[in-house]
Ligand binder design. Structure first.
Ligand SMILES: [Zn+2]
Length: 148
């Protein structure tokens, strides 16, 4: 598995990140996701989704399969996991250390998580003692190391 460097990941916009996360979550147990279900999930029209998918494809993050839909590349999966890891670790911090309720923590986290560097994310992970689940009970993807 290739490692996505942080600099590269930081060039992913918030909206692009939404697409990666949506694709990641809908493609669990499936090889590809239909364009219409993706567009529906993101609350956009198909042409908007196609435009964004072309952008993501040019960055090597997704593979557009025409009628078969779309799937994340390995690089796309790694990026999505890093984005999800960041969100879930930050919301865990807000619940465990600041005492916010889960839904408030999730909302607050969405407002700023894309600005938090991955270096800080790993410090948060350390302070929290390597949690495996977020306060919603969803798994926190582990940090991928090296070239596996
Ligand atoms: Zn959340």
């Amino acid at each position: 598995m290739m490692e996505v460097d942080t600099a590269q990941l930081e060039k992913i916009t918030e909206r692009e990140a939404d697409y990666l996360v949506a694709l990641y979550e809908t493609s669990i147990n499936r090889c590809s996701v239909s364009l219409s279900s993706l567009a529906k999930q993101l609350n956009v029209k198909s042409p908007t989704a196609i435009e964004m998918l072309k952008k993501l494809e040019s960055k090597g993050l997704v593979k557009y399969l025409g009628r078969k839909g779309v799937k994340l590349t390995k690089k796309g999966v790694v990026s999505a996991e890093k984005i999800i890891r960041r969100h879930r670790l930050i919301e865990t911090l807000l619940v465990e250390k600041l005492g916010l309720d889960v839904d408030t923590a999730c909302c607050e986290t969405k407002k700023f998580d894309s600005y938090v560097s991955f270096r800080v994310v790993e410090l948060i992970n350390y302070v929290l003692g390597n949690p495996v689940c977020c306060p919603h009970g969803k798994p926190i993807p582990p940090l991928r190391r090296g070239n596996k």
